[in-house]
Design a protein around this ligand. Structure first.
Ligand SMILES: NC(=O)c1ccc[n+]([C@@H]2O[C@H](COP(=O)([O-])OP(=O)(O)OC[C@H]3O[C@@H](n4cnc5c(N)ncnc54)[C@H](O)[C@@H]3O)[C@@H](O)[C@H]2O)c1
Length: 439
């Protein structure tokens, strides 16, 4: 059988992965350089919003084509097909079933832009089909699914980039360098907040017939069967436990990831405690918490999370952000700006103040890193383990509040110590015929 272009790209990456390389070995350079001239054919699963943004960024890069699109809503599929055709001059194939798309041997890599409850299955099956994967965040909608996805990616040696694009953001990289260089002194506490109007969901509406062209049963997939309601559908699913985790996971993974990056934390927290509830907007459709605070105890610091949905104000005049609190200064940062406020002792600042610096969007850089890594075999800046860690932290915040308990994690047994209610939320039960993958 002839050695195909796709085998070539995969072999280069595989070789580096087998060797456990995070940087390219000299011996792999020739293959990588040749592969860099080669084309990479991408497919998108879940085309409405973020996934399509990711695809557009990929198509700006040299050598990238889009061979196929998959969605369960025919209107979206048609609209995005026409847009891709306009961009690249060639019409991509259409699929409604991602499993059929994964059988297409001409596809080298997939972007997974489905709602969170629909990340794990296509991801694991894409690994098994030999595709590289850009998967949107949060990695999955449960702790057990995240763990399976790490296992699948490593077993099949796939290049995986999780869509926590702040890992590619210059403002964040500079901030991490400053913290690690000691610019704010010893870091003991990180305060994180995310206050957004959308967190309260949409005004309540009655159930309706399924819109024409939508395969709603497939949209629900492994989630429980229920009648169609717009307030739980496109874009709005985030506020319902069957499909998402509210602001805690939607924004939590992005911002917790930054808190964990500051000390290159790889461990789960020693304990998690939460308070809050659904206190506002009873006329809006949401199950996830509009008001919550979570405290993560780590060995040498605490990380605190809070979200107030339906409110857009926050500390330091920012609707979302992080305050890294060190002995010598506090760094306040979000995607748009970073500032350092020194502690004042004897009327003198302990460290130089850093006036406001601005940041820019980093989605395009994050996609470029993924594509570069497919060609070189390097580890992307947000590998599957990094996505899993941030997602598990976020899920733990929700589980602590849903069970009204202080959580402690037993790493050996992979469950919460003697906490039946919390353990019951680790693994979702999939609706037949869908099955949680067994690896
Ligand atoms: N990185 C970021 O900053 C960022 C921003 C927004 C969203 N996201 C993430 O992107 C993902 C998608 O979010 P969104 O806002 O685009 O959601 P969305 O509801 O707007 O779009 C999801 C699309 O997936 C399709 N879909 C659902 N089930 C499918 C299936 N089985 N097969 C194929 N298509 C299916 C839907 O029909 C829809 O077109 C989420 O995981 C979200 O958290 C990330």
């Amino acid at each position: 059988m002839p050695f195909s272009r796709r085998d070539f790209i995969i072999t280069g990456s595989k070789a580096a992965a087998v060797a456990g390389l995070t940087h390219l070995a000299p011996g792999a350079l020739a293959a990588a350089q040749t592969a860099a001239d080669d084309k990479i054919n991408i497919a998108l699963i879940g085309c409405r919003n973020m996934g399509f943004g990711d695809l557009q960024n990929a198509l700006k890069l040299p050598g990238i084509t889009c061979g196929a699109l998959c969605d369960v809503d025919q209107d979206i599929l048609d609209k995005r097909t026409a847009e891709v055709e306009k961009i690249q001059g060639k019409r991509p194939l259409q699929y409604k079933d991602y499993r059929k798309l994964l059988e297409n041997k001409d596809i080298d890599a997939v972007i997974i832009g489905t709602p969170d409850h629909w990340h794990c299955l296509p991801f694991v099956e894409a690994c098994q089909a030999g595709k590289h994967i850009y998967v949107e965040k949060p990695l999955a909608n449960s702790i057990a699914e995240c763990d399976l996805m790490v296992k699948a990616a490593r077993k099949h040696q796939r290049i995986v980039q999780v869509g926590q694009q702040q890992r590619s953001g210059t403002i964040w990289k500079n901030a991490m360098d400053r913290i690690k260089a000691g610019d704010i002194g010893q870091l003991r506490k990180v305060n994180i907040w995310a206050n957004f109007n959308y967190g309260i969901g949409q005004p309540k509406m009655p159930d309706e017939p399924v819109p024409a062209g939508v395969d709603y049963d497939r949209w629900l997939g492994p989630a429980p069967a229920r009648s169609f309601n717009r307030t739980r559908f496109h874009g709005n699913w985030r506020m319902f436990w069957d499909y998402g985790g509210g602001l805690m996971t939607d924004w939590g993974v992005h911002l917790l990831d930054m808190a964990l990056w500051a000390k290159d934390t790889r461990d789960l927290p020693l304990s998690v405690v939460a308070a809050g509830g659904n206190f506002s907007y009873p006329d809006h459709a949401h199950e996830t918490f509009d008001t919550m605070q979570v405290t993560y105890q780590l060995k040498d610091q605490i990380i605190s999370w809070e979200n107030t949905a339906g409110v857009q104000n926050g500390p330091y005049g920012l609707s979302y952000g992080l305050a890294f609190i060190g002995n010598d200064a506090t760094m306040v940062i979000n995607r748009e700006q970073m500032e350092i406020f020194p502690e004042i002792v004897d009327n003198k600042p302990k460290v130089p103040a850093v006036p406001k610096q601005t940041g820019t969007d980093s989605h395009d850089l994050h996609m470029k890193d993924f594509i570069d890594c497919i060609r070189t075999g390097k580890e992307p800046v947000c590998p599957v383990e990094t996505g899993r860690l941030a997602a598990v932290y976020a899920h733990m915040g929700n589980i602590a509040l849903r069970t009204g308990s202080t959580l402690t994690w037993n790493n050996n047994e992979h469950r919460f110590n003697n906490n039946t209610a919390a353990n019951a939320l680790i693994t979702p039960s999939y609706r037949a015929p869908w099955k949680l993958p067994a690896l």
